[in-house]
Design a protein around this ligand. Structure first.
Ligand SMILES: NC(=O)c1ccc[n+]([C@@H]2O[C@H](COP(=O)([O-])OP(=O)(O)OC[C@H]3O[C@@H](n4cnc5c(N)ncnc54)[C@H](OP(=O)(O)O)[C@@H]3O)[C@@H](O)[C@H]2O)c1
Length: 343
């Protein structure tokens, strides 16, 4: 795009103030006309096509996330679009005109806007034939699942337990584990989710609210040799998992959907049964992954998505004016899939 064609202002969803109460924070969102910030140095300007809402966005709006930006601010951590202007560095210029999937937790404005100014290093080039919805949700969850799978494989774990198994990270992880023939014990929180996963052909599904959940988890993880769990919930679930799993097991916390501190851990299990707790953060994993390896994983994920073997489930798309309706629909049924905001 000719720089002269870039508009001076754009429409964006704006958060006026954080509030831990979801109802109140939704009233703090509005659509406003904002200045378009032009890219400098390593930055590029992305004309946005779509941006999803993830649990981290909800936590951010509620002021309960690791990232806090000065308000008023445009929310949104990831999305997709086309680079229409670039700063002066080679990294930025090399993305000119390219379709990208981008992700940023830096201090500035986010992706729920017509334009997003972001560091080139936070952009992943995407293929022209990758559907917009998949490109919008590429940068976070699929790579998270890939990173978690690497942990399971490198640790030689025979089977995996995962919580919040109706969600999108879990769906990717389940499919990836299937490719490597690693059984997955899926923990969900409703019978509806049990049925949904059973319909998809899943063999090991436990309802965390069901009778004898802990006993069933203990027996199944012993039977399958599940010595690693990926926990997105926290609260009592974290300790419950670790207590129930075989000696030497690891629980990897990568989300805090319960909003509660991890608890319920039997100290004797840690001291005398070699069990341990760890964490996973996508940004750290990317830092530790070589650019070549990252590009290889990105190419593989995009191939899988284009062939329809892997995908993020989308439940609905919304315009910016429908932001409140969209967010309410998402938090009311996260397992149904992501929502996308379309400019
Ligand atoms: N550490 C990292 O680098 C990293 C990267 C990506 C994602 N994450 C985290 O991974 C987690 C999953 O993300 P996602 O995008 O896959 O989520 P998602 O697709 O929106 O789905 C969330 C799932 O969690 C369930 N859930 C929500 N609150 C729950 C609770 N309190 N107890 C039990 N289950 C609950 C939902 O069930 P319902 O349908 O019943 O609500 C739904 O199945 C989030 O915490 C996210 O922040 C972390």
């Amino acid at each position: 795009m000719n720089p002269k064609q870039i508009p001076k202002t754009m429409r964006a969803i704006v958060l006026q103030d954080y509030n831990s109460n979801l109802g109140r924070v939704l009233r703090s969102l509005s659509v406003q006309e904002k200045q378009v910030r032009l890219p400098a140095g390593d930055e590029v300007l992305v004309k946005m096509e779509a941006a999803p809402c993830n649990p981290s966005d909800i936590a951010f709006l509620r002021g309960m996330y690791i990232v806090a930006r000065s308000v008023p601010v445009i929310p949104g951590f990831e999305g997709t679009g086309t680079v229409v202007a670039a700063g002066k560095t080679l990294a930025a210029l090399s993305l000119s005109g390219k379709r990208v999937s981008c992700f940023s937790q830096d201090s500035g404005d986010g992706t729920w806007a017509e334009y997003f100014c972001v560091n080139a290093a936070n952009c992943i080039p995407v293929r022209e034939d990758l559907p917009v919805a998949q490109a919008a949700c590429l940068a976070v969850n699929p790579f998270t699942a890939a990173g978690l799978m690497e942990m399971a494989i490198s640790g030689k774990h025979r089977a995996v337990v995962q919580t919040a198994a109706g969600g999108q990270v879990s769906t990717f992880l389940r499919k990836m584990a299937g490719i490597d023939d690693i059984p997955v014990i899926n923990v969900v929180r409703s019978d509806q989710q049990v049925n949904a996963l059973a319909e998809q052909g899943e063999q090991y599904i436990l309802n965390q609210k069901g009778e004898n959940f802990t006993d069933r988890l203990t027996a199944l993880s012993a039977q399958l040799g599940a010595t690693i769990a990926f926990d997105a919930i926290g609260g009592e679930m974290t300790g419950t998992l670790l207590n129930a799993m075989p000696d030497g097991s690891r629980v990897i916390l990568y989300g805090g959907l319960s909003g509660l501190p991890a608890s319920n851990l039997d100290i004797l299990e840690v001291i005398f049964h070699g069990k341990s707790l760890g964490g996973f953060n996508l940004a750290d994993w990317i830092q530790q992954t070589t650019p070549e390896r990252f590009a290889e994983i990105s190419a593989r994920l995009q191939d899988n998505m284009i062939r329809g073997e892997l995908s993020t489930r989308i439940q609905a798309t919304f315009t910016y004016d429908q932001v409140v309706r969209g967010l309410l629909q998402y938090v009311g049924n996260m397992s149904k899939g992501k929502i996308l905001f379309i400019p």
